[in-house]
Design a protein. Structure first.
Length: 60
């Protein structure tokens, strides 16, 4: 019993796997950037602004 070649199936599956992986990776990256990273930066900037204001007020 000969075994049928599976190169076509693997090739099609490879493109599907790559497409799904890249799509999910880009989606996760955007979610992290806008959901976590920018909010953290905003909190950090607000903290440093408050710190600068309190130092300016204390020096007056």
């Amino acid at each position: 019993m000969p075994v049928a070649p599976i190169t076509g199936i693997l090739r099609k599956r490879l493109w599907l796997d790559l497409s799904v992986a890249l799509g999910l990776g880009v989606t996760a990256a955007y979610g992290f950037w806008y959901g976590v990273h920018l909010k953290t930066l905003q909190r950090q900037e607000e903290y440093y602004l408050r710190l600068e204001r309190s130092r300016a007020q204390a020096s007056e």
